[in-house]
Design a protein around this ligand. Structure first.
Ligand SMILES: Nc1ncnc2c1ncn2[C@@H]1O[C@H](COP(=O)(O)OP(=O)(O)OP(=O)(O)O)[C@@H](O)[C@H]1O
Ligand SMILES: [Mg+2]
Length: 483
């Protein structure tokens, strides 16, 4: 057994050996440039490594372009793996699938699965890397990077690069569309954009039941709008041919309760698109607006409701208006704190125009941008000119055609003897579809279609009477407007 003095002696000789190596390294370094030596050492070690480890690796990171946007390749690989390979993974993630009540399983982090393609074996791993952290936290560190790693033998290199990766992306995209649940997004305040919950948009599943069948409006206008939407959805090649970004702007305007928000839901259901409901008052400046835009996906509708109330976009051009006039003109009730938000937001008209049709707006493609307003006359002409807001759709008071749609969906009836009376009254009284719909709704189990129609006639007559009184007072003789 070696004694303590033996051990000291061997340590001493090790020390002198190290010193000699360092001395030699310094001498060699004088005559041979060290970086050459290092370079050739690395080259040889790589060759040696490739000889004993004949595998190639491809990584697909979650974020591309300096972390600005979640990579579509990553999403496609995720969908492909959840469909084709998750059955041989032992740790799985479960999320709600398209039909509520069903769960979709996908590969969990740090899990590995195998795949086969034309006789070649391939390994997929889901990896999450985080930089070393100074503090201990329960949450994943803010900068953890996730990616998929594909490993295969180098003899399959051509097969993988030439056809397998394309196959994965194609299948993944199809699976993604098949299993996709439509989402309704809203923007988070920018304080939440960093750190553990790094999301600029939050979402829930979009479940609005409105369709074009239940939307009460002039049938001709409805058909025209649907044709326009179909042309847009199928217009990829056409937009490329004419050199225009694949996006289209809609301006929906009309009094409150005429179906602007309902129409957006009907469009989303018709096109099968996601909806991004942009709350402009919580966007602090133009660069935040740009970031929000970049993070939207294609096949989506970006909505800014009540654009005239969201920001004082007209301010620059209409300086003569007093503050009081501005406040008086806005009939939307203000929520507590809304005024403060408005002051904080530095989004400008030019920022918004850039958002709609600047260079950045072309990224991704296949997006509708919809603005709604109750006061189209208040908007800056630059904002709503054709090319930006390509189609202007007016939603107005309920006419007889619109009433028939509501009667059909609310009462399940088409023609009825009381319709003639209603038709006559509707020509005289302006009532919003929201008011008509509310009157037609069943209020109790005993309610029937006739009692609802009679109620509507009564409401229309009352509105006519009330408006006639107002007219007597003002001496105006015009079509009357319901309360
Ligand atoms: N054209 C319509 N067709 C069918 N239902 C309608 C229509 N317009 C209004 N409604 C009914 O009235 C309700 C309110 O309509 P909606 O929220 O779409 O109005 P809006 O035009 O967006 O109003 P606001 O300007 O106040 O936002 C809807 O939930 C819907 O039930
Ligand atoms: Mg609305």
């Amino acid at each position: 057994m070696a004694t303590l003095s033996d051990q000291w002696a061997s340590l001493g000789s090790l020390g002198s050996l190290m010193a000699s190596i360092m001395f030699l390294w310094a001498v060699v370094g004088r005559y041979v440039p060290l970086h050459h030596l290092e370079h050739s050492l690395t080259k040889h070690s790589r060759r040696l490594f490739a000889f004993v480890y004949p595998y190639v690796q491809v990584t697909i990171p979650e974020f591309s372009g300096e972390r600005m946007k979640r990579s579509e390749a990553y999403t496609s690989v995720e969908a492909y793996l959840s469909n084709s390979c998750s059955q041989n993974a032992s740790r799985l993630k479960a999320e709600f699938g398209k039909e509520s009540g069903s769960l979709t399983l996908s590969m969990d982090e740090h899990e590995e699965v195998t795949d086969e393609f034309e006789g070649a074996k391939l390994w997929w791993a889901s990896v999450s890397r985080s930089p070393p952290s100074q503090s201990i936290s329960w949450h994943p560190p803010p900068d953890s990077r996730r990616y998929y790693r594909l490993t295969f033998h180098r003899r399959h290199r051509e097969l993988v690069v030439g056809s397998y990766l394309a196959h994965v992306l194609r299948e993944g995209r199809e699976v993604g569309l098949r299993k996709r649940q439509r989402k309704l997004y809203t923007n988070n305040p920018s304080d939440n954009w960093y750190g553990y919950k790094r999301t600029v948009w939050s979402h829930i599943v979009f479940e609005h039941p409105s369709t074009f069948d239940t939307l009460a409006m002039d049938p001709g206008k409805k058909r025209e709008l649907m044709d326009d939407l179909i042309a847009f959805r199928n217009g990829k090649e056409y937009y490329a041919k004419i050199g225009k970004a694949w996006k289209r702007g809609y301006l929906l305007y009309g009094p409150p309760g005429t179906g602007k928000s309902t129409m957006i839901a009907a469009i989303a259901n018709f096109l099968d698109y996601d909806v991004y409901d942009l709350e402009l008052t919580s966007v602090k400046n133009n660069s935040e607006l740009r970031k929000l835009f970049i993070e939207t996906t294609s096949k989506s509708i970006i909505v800014i409701e009540d654009i005239d109330c969201s920001l004082d976009l007209t301010g620059k051009r209409m300086r003569t208006k007093t503050k009081k006039e501005d406040e008086g003109g806005d009939d939307k009730p203000k929520l507590p704190g809304e005024e403060e938000d408005k002051e904080k937001s530095k989004v400008t008209l030019s920022g918004l125009l850039n958002f709609i049709d600047g260079l950045w707006s072309a990224c991704g493609g296949e997006r509708l941008i919809i603005f709604t307003t109750n006061h189209v006359e208040k908007l800056d002409p630059a904002l709503i000119r054709r090319g930006r807001m390509d189609k202007h759709v007016e939603l107005s008071y309920c006419n007889f055609e619109a009433f028939m749609v509501l009667a059909n969906s609310y009462l399940g009836i088409d023609p009825h003897p009381l319709f003639d009376t209603i038709k006559g009254l509707m020509e005289e009284v302006k009532m919003t579809p929201a008011d008509v719909a509310e009157t037609l709704m069943h209020k109790s189990a005993k309610d029937d279609a006739v009692s609802r129609l009679e109620d509507l006639i009564q409401a229309l007559e009352m509105a006519r009477g009330a408006a006639a009184k107002v007219d007597e007072g003002s001496g105006v003789d015009e079509t009357v407007e319901s309360e």
